[in-house]
Design a binder for this molecule. Sequence first.
Ligand code: AVJ
Length: 321
Amino acid sequence: SGVRLARDPAFTPDGDRLTFLRDTLAGLSSSPKTFSPKYFYDGAGSDLFEAICVTPEYYPTRTETALLREIAPALAAGIPQGAVLLELGSGASDKTRMLLDAAPWISAYVPVDISAAALDGAVTRLREAYPSLAVHPVVGDFTHAIEVPKALAGRPVVAFFPGSTIGNFTPVEAIALLRSVRERLGPGARFIVGADQVKDVEVLLAAYDDAAGVTAAFNRNVLVRVDRELGGDFDPQAFDHRAVWNAQLERIEMHLVSREAQRVTVAGQSFAFAAGESIHTENSHKFTPASFARLAEAGGWRIEREWISAAPAFGVFSLVA
Ligand code: AVJ
């Protein structure tokens, strides 16, 4: 479509591919092997994630959306007149509508997402539904592309980080991200963060290993992407999708497990896999109100208010700088 997308200057198509290549080779060279979950989200990966969100097992999206709808008036009360809403990892921007509807005085929306395809679709739909809202999309990695466009300088900013995407980061990384958002937004800033909660292991595991295999396809899609974009020769079907609960670190881990001993080549470099060896592709940390409060405080924020849904428990936290 004709949507114009600003790019984080550090995120040109070439730079993007080189970073993906460098990270992939480094991840396959390390022990244990790892990939960053940000590489799940090419166009197909973003579509697969949207498909995960409507599986019966993946409760976070529908639980958080219902909670946001319920608490939207309370959240809106903390959103200043003329505010800019800055969203990290905006994807389809569906949850954003709860805030836009409850606080129609929001003057501008800055969605930041790593997937140009997802942004393009979301912005097209939002402009149609909210014709008086200024929408300034930014394609980029939100861990560094969180600048508010110059044209909007001076307006109060409310940052929005739903979906428990914060759970993709280790505590050390999450604290660094919270700090950098705080520094960029300055004094008086607000940050609305969604954080999934620790719960029964069976519920968690099912959410990351749905019966229809959508999550498995999402996990394997990163191999499809390495093959296409980096000239790899992965056979995605030679790897099993596995979700495990790491009780000590309170996180779901996703892995791609090699079914047998094999060698894989990426950009001319060969990597050996033992039978049963995995690539660790994602962490999804789960929180308690206490563990999230410790994280937010270490990141320089104070929890002004929090809401936890009825089971399956999902939390929304309103933070002030
Ligand atoms: C979009 C990062 C919040 O961790 O639950 C869904 C991604 N991975 N199923 C999550 C995901 C597997 C999702 N986040």
